[in-house]
Design a protein around this ligand. Sequence first.
Ligand code: 2AM
Length: 185
Amino acid sequence: MRLFIAIEIPDELKKKISCLHVDIPGARWVPAEQIHLTLAFLGEVEEGAVELLKTELALIHSPEFKLCFSGTGCFPGRHRPRVLWIGVEPHPHLKKLAAMVREAVLACGIPQEERPFSPHITLARLKFPASRESGAFLDQPEKPKFTPFRVREFTLFQSRLTSQGAVHIPIRNFTLPPSGVSCER
Ligand code: 2AM
């Protein structure tokens, strides 16, 4: 099965984020219900390895934290935007969680990319080269603001590819232990 591990975004916030949608030629906007913060993408994993993966993920002991948003941006760069996103502040506990998830996945013999974790929430994937509209979206003088929220768990998802696009199915949630730490604002 095709798997990934992510932080779920509260429904209220998903709705607000999806209000950022504007008309950009060739853009596929992520539907509100699928908005998430990816911690690790696993790709195809044999069914037999999923139980071990759950066991490894359940061993993760990383404190809960407050997730704060930064401005919008794109991958790989302004000259050739393919993915539009909202940035997420790299709270040390978020970086620690992503590193521990990565270790757990590797411990199951599932390969992971070498590139460093760059926390973001994908808004849209672009089919065409840079357009006036994508430039205007990234240059909005009024940056979107979203209320931070406390991350108390992370989730193992299955991504089922269908003719209507991917369907994300939560397989299991993993709770993070409480912490009194909040983000600097
Ligand atoms: P991203 O949008 O946060 O970059 C579920 O499919 C998630 O896994 C996607 O939202 C995407 O995260 C990430 N993903 C999907 N396909 C991927 C791939 N081939 N390589 C790396 N990450 C991928």
